[in-house]
Write a new protein. Sequence first.
Lengths: 413, 246
Amino acid sequence: MKRAALRVATVFVATVVEAFEELRVHRGRVLLSLIGVAAAVCALATVVGAGAIAEQAGRELQERNGGRPATVSLNAYSTTGPLDVEQAGAAWRDALDRHDVDFASRVGWGGLTVPFADGALTVQAQVVDPDYGVMHRVAVGEGRWFADRDADRLAPALVVNEAFWAKLGRPALATHPVVELIGSERVDAVVVGVTPSQGGWDTQPSMFVLTDAYVGLQPETPDPMMGEFVPAYEMWVPEGVSDELMASMREAFRSGIGEGATVDGWRTDYAAIEGDPYLPLKLTVAGVAVVILLLGALGLVTVSLVTVRTRIREIGIRRSFGASAGRVFFSVLMESVVGTFVAGVVGVGISIALVRSPLMGMALGGARIEDMPGFPVEAALIGIAAAVAVGALAGLVPALAAVRVRVIDAIRF
Amino acid sequence: MSLVQARGVGRTVELADGSPLEILTGVDLEIAEGDRVSIVGRSGSGKSTLLNLLGLLDLPTAGELHCLGVDVRRTRSGTRDRLRGDGIGFVFQQFNLLPGRTALENVQTPLLYSGGRAFWQRERLAREMLDRVGLGERLDAKPERLSGGEQQRVAIARALVRRPRLILADEPTGALDLETGAEVMQLIESVAAETGAALVTITHDPSIAARSTRHLRLVSGRLEARELEPAGGASTEAGMAAGAAA
């Protein structure tokens, strides 16, 4: 028994030694044939990895606009007259407390006049609560986003965009730069943060203002284009219970406002769309990856087949030494599998370097990705597994051809 | 002890048009340990086919053939492969060294299939055998850097490193000049003598054939005894008729 086990172990070691010997001796050819596989695996892993980053970039872009899944937006109206924002705000907070909702924000648009050094300008204001930053992934380049304590400031806190900050002369935020806001009254506000430019179109000054501060400041004469400031009421809730929570919150909010109130609600995040919105992207990525891999496999099979034809004599010689058909089959297959495994590892390594490089990140919009995904493990595993599978498949054909070699003819080949 | 026993062995192949072609017919042959047998014949007479049958590389289509103690027609392919590796050594006309490998690696190659202690000691065994054939100083030379005679000596070392009981030499001097050919034959014979192996040589060269103790001729697929013409010290011993071998 022990002897048989030792013999089996010896045969296995000998086969591996033989495969490595073959790889070493034929390293030039192997290298050439495996460059194609390594490139294919690299392309496959890069496409999958870059696809994940592109998906994350797209997700984050959508989350900036529509909020993270699941973001529910409620709109309140009154049939008896204009809705009192402060009264509605109190009812909203009460409903949130009763439903244990951790993240919520009022969201609306307004405008305030800002006297810049080169003249006064009406600046568009996005009116929010502090949680909005988390709910909509607001990235802050300089300074910070709003904190809860900012609601208590006498001088309202502002988070301005890059264009606004540039008009102020880019003062250091540590010096608490002050800017005058003109609405129903004139107040000094403090810039606490700056959002980076969102692109070439982002050239007009704009700002985020906290809702409570804005309500006290809003012009007595509403902007004719935007009308009266009426915020929407957003909350970020678990996806699984969003529908039930929305219904319950609508009712609680409506009854909190009082007689004549109507509350509508809907989800604003991308995940509310039926089906997987990234399915077309995923299918495209998968399709490209499969085509790339097939091309790599085709190249390898071609090289392997041609190689076996040139190695017929060698195979015959080995058979004359006592190499069995099974041993020759396994040896040729092992050569291919071991080689493609190494090529797969190399390809994935190059792919990681490519995907993680700053250039690739920027090309995919990575510069604005808040949660930059790591190199997807599945991309690495798919790459290596595909390489081994290709190696096995590509090795199978020449291995079968090697077994079918007629020893006598092979030696004289 | 008898290593090969052939009784009425025949080998027929089917041609492309479906008609049969008899390559060997009614071959009777017995080879014992230590025998020196030469086989001559014209091209196409079936010499190589006979060598392939004796080397377990091919199967007869008629008759009985026992090699190294087994009935080859009733033995599985894997067993024949193992028997071939363990007990038969081939020396080819074109040397057939594995390209890209050194002399030492070439001689080690058969030991990859030995599956026993010899595998683990393959380097030492290969060194010893190369030393034995006078190439102890050319261990790391690749075939393309060796002369014809040296290549054939590497091939001999490779054929004999597993101490085969039967050595099959197919025109071993066909690619060498006369002097080198004689040296190579002397080497094969002396190494075979050390191990007691039987040596079967297929050749066109009368002087090489004359070195054997039994002389056979293949004529149109039939094996017959052969009388050697007296020539330059060569043996004039009458070959044993195949059928009367035992």
